[in-house]
Ligand binder design. Structure first.
Ligand SMILES: [Mn+2]
Length: 277
């Protein structure tokens, strides 16, 4: 951890986490543990790809910090945090247990959260939109692995470009095409999610899956993506006043919230609403 721990406990209404990928080597479990120690929440939604069963089948990796995350979540649920686990594609084996409970943690294929402002928000992992993307003509890949790879290339391309500049990168042309496809895939995903929320009569939708934290508001319907804990280290939170924000825990100067219809960046430390528990 490069940053000092957050100094206080923050009381919030709800938290959404997804794409933690416990069992995968790049999971940022230390940041997540710090985040979980900081929050005091009524609801915690796990929106899929929490445990990366896929990755563990290839290469078993389970360091103490990953175990600590599981223990911490179980403890929170036992202490009264209302917790729902919506399995994703990397932990789809748990879909066999939908509508059952692991201790105090409920397993659901999808769930609905009502915010403090009375908004009904549908929650799904989002891999059901892979077909929409695949059949859209932009992506010829087949299977989740190729799709994950595409998004991975997108993220690393940005990182390498920031570090070395455009000219250094000899695969620029190849990646440029891939990146534009990734951007299109993200856009299609977001529109499909908004469309689903609208068609099914919800005020909003929360997804994970694409490791791309974002807020969109279209025709009065909100799309939120809570990001991931491999690179972004982001959580979606609902404050006690019903406002939704995305917190970047590895870079707390770049949090996102909606303000007067615009998405603005802000630093989490500078918020005046922080309520010490
Ligand atoms: Mn996924």
């Amino acid at each position: 951890m490069n940053e000092i721990p957050f100094p206080k406990k923050v009381r919030i209404h709800a938290v959404w986490l997804s794409d933690i990928h416990l069992g995968y080597k790049d999971c940022k479990a230390d940041y997540l543990l710090n985040f979980l120690d900081t929050i005091d929440t009524e609801y915690l939604y796990l929106v899929g790809d929490i445990i990366d069963i896929w990755s563990m089948k290839q290469n078993f990796h389970w360091p103490p910090s990953h175990n600590q995350v599981v223990r911490k979540l179980i403890k929170m649920a036992r202490n009264g945090v209302k917790m729902v686990y919506i399995p994703g594609n990397h932990d789809r084996v748990f879909r066999d247990y939908c509508n059952e409970a692991f201790g105090a943690i409920e397993i659901r294929e999808q769930a609905v959260h009502t915010t403090q402002l009375g908004k009904r928000i549908l929650m799904i992992h989002g891999d059901e939109f892979d077909d929409v993307i695949r059949f859209s003509g932009f992506i010829k890949f087949i299977g989740d692995i190729a799709y994950d790879l595409l998004l991975f290339i997108n993220r690393w391309n940005n990182r390498l470009r920031n570090q070395f500049g455009y000219s250094y990168w000899s695969l620029a042309a190849y990646l440029k095409e891939r990146v534009s496809k990734a951007a299109q895939a993200i856009h299609i995903f977001e529109q499909a999610a908004l469309n689903k929320a609208k068609t099914e009569g919800y005020d909003g939708i929360v997804c994970g899956h694409i490791h791309h934290p974002n807020f969109i508001e279209k025709d009065g319907i909100v799309y939120c993506n809570d990001g991931d804990w491999i690179e972004s280290c982001t959580a979606l939170v609902e404050k006690n006043d019903g406002v939704l924000e995305i917190w970047h825990w590895s870079d707390r100067s770049h949090c996102m919230k909606r303000l007067n219809g615009e998405i603005v960046e802000h630093a989490v430390e500078q918020l005046d609403w922080l309520d010490t528990a």
